[in-house]
Unconditional design. Sequence first.
Length: 124
Amino acid sequence: MEKLKDIKDIVDVVDYSLYYLVGSISFLLILLILTILFFRRPKRKRKITQKEVSLQNLQNINYDDDKDIAYIFTLNIDEFINDTNKEEINNILNKLKEYKYKKYISKINNDLKQDIKNIIGRIK
C-alpha cells in the first residue's frame, strides 16, 4: 500500500464559458444595432432634372384645351430638340404660333394634334 499516492486537494478550474457567452451575445447585439441603423438611414433623394419635368409636363397635356396644347408644348419641347427632330419640331412650333397669341382661336386640327402626340411618344 505504500505505492498508493495520496488524493490531491480540490483544484479550482477557471471556466470562461460564461464570459464567452456574454461576449458573443453582446457582439451580436451591437452588430444587429449597427445593421439596423445602416439600412434605416435616410436615403438620398435623386434630384429631378428639368428634362424629366418637361417630359412629365408634355405627357400630361390636356388635348381638349387648344391654348394649353400650344403653350405647354412650346415651353417644354426645347429640352428635347436635337439634330434628328429639329426641323419637324420647328415646323410644329411655327404652326402653333397662330394658336398662342390670340384671345379667340379656332380648333387645332387633328393632324397637328397627332403630330404632337407622335413627337412626345418618340422622345421618351
